[in-house]
Design a protein around this ligand. Sequence first.
Ligand code: M6R
Length: 607
Amino acid sequence: MCGIVGYIGNKKASPILINGLLRLEYRGYDSAGIATMEENQIVVMKNKGRVNNLNQLAGINDLKGTLGIAHTRWATHGKPSNENSHPQTDNSNEFAVVHNGIIENYHELREFLKENGYYFVSQTDTEVIPNLIDYYYKKENNLLKAVSMTCKDLKGSFALEILSKYEPDKMIVTRKDSPLVIGKGNGENYIASDIPAILSYTKDFYFLDDNEIVELTNKDVKFYNLDLEPISKQIKVIDWGTSSAEKDGYDDFMLKEINEQPSAIRGTIGAKLDNGNIEFENLNFNKEYLESIKKIYIVACGTAMHAGLVAKTLFEKMCKIPTEVDIASEFRYREPLIDEKTLCIYISQSGETADTIAALKLAKQNNAKTIAISNVIGSSITREADYSIYTHAGPEIAVASTKAYTSQVVLLSVLGIYFAEILERVYNQEIDELKQEILNLPSKIEETLKCCKDIKKFANKVYKETDMFFLGRGTDYAVCLEGSLKLKEISYIHSEGYASGELKHGPIALIENGVTVISVITNSNLVDKTISNVQEVITRGAKVLAITSENLGDLGFDTVIKIPKTNKLISPILSVIPLQFLAYYISKEKGLDVDKPRNLAKSVTVE
Ligand code: M6R
């Protein structure tokens, strides 16, 4: 997805902008550009391809401006090309704009502008914005007013940075349904769509809400609503270490993030399980309310949805509340049955996923209480939800989510136990044992990480395959779906996760000599059942990698990875680790870009 960076201060802007864009590369993009203010004139440099190509353009080092905007574009309207890259300017190069999001009524606005003498050189939806600003500026002679009038005409989603040669000491930024943060420095200000882009410069952030417009100079940050009435905002301090957005000696962010899981999970557990009952700073549910809940919906996308699938079993077993897990893009359009007796939990690592946010708004309209689980303090979803709780896993940069998944499962588990304690529908001993197992997780994850060498060997045997199957039952099935997604995402190998019991109902037709099957076997009550399913594929010639906490004996597996035993309700937190390594090492064997897989973006801020 597109990325935005901006700077206004006393330093040369271009290196700061380029550095910020490089830090946003993980989001996925196909072109990049910057615009700086050079002696009251806007200079735009942009091109198709990587940020490093942009940084080599002739003249880029001569830019001296101390105010600039920058963008990485992920093509939506119009193919990746120099003309379609951002910044986009008006016909006279007096206004420059970078834009994340989609302008839904751009066609109508184009026609209006054409009727008023404007022409268009790109196929983008964005190009209407600088021209519309120009149109209003000619009437108002005031940039802030022109931007506010323009925003009122736009339908869709947008995060915008705007420069004008008429007010060369200023930058205007605004947002609607697309993230934007402002980093406050000393006599300088930074802007970004994502915190990691500017984390090395400041830890003091303002998080913009929808329809807020900000006028920035070196010293001032002034906030307004869409009608240009001043509003006040508080700074939030982000406690992520600077090195958390660096590779720290690892080859890739994904490998670093897999290995960070013990400390990430310690961060997630925090002090919540320290003594006696679980406390959540931001939650105050009482027994009466929880007893009134007839259904829990857990709604999310991709890996976050898979974390919800693990938690479903825990919520139903420990809280005795029917729990449904839904894909956000389906949930928002299928008229789900929601009322004040429904509790809706939304999971989003980035907190910016458009479908998940829309699904949350739907629950609020139907009077359900909403809880957001996110890794990013102040992210959009946390500002929409009634309650927000954080995974505190540190920034996740690799597109393939690893530590975010495990920290989400941990946080959901702690939340489920918190509800269970209040509801008193299961024995205390069951609750206490599960709490203890959660406390043991960081050291068990450390133990599990040792499987990397054996997984690397297995990856070396199978990386040329074109199809793989992941089989499991119970929570092992939930983790199979995640393992399969990880493999598809970064190794481009087709794979399917199946509930082992479904094998005979169709998928076994695909099993033939040499096919690779990954079998996850940790749910002790289901071991015999799973083993008999696995034997069926071994008999048909499958090459099987077993990931297990059980003593399986010699059953004809190709490779067995032994992981520590834990409660089956949380075993995916351990069993996913070999699956993460498998996807990682296969991708490396294939020589692919692990952190930035093709066609994918880290946060999906459009529908
Ligand atoms: O930021 P979110 O947690 O809302 O993102 C949801 C999915 O886009 C995300 O989990 C995606 O599936 C990952 N790339 C998986 O590795």
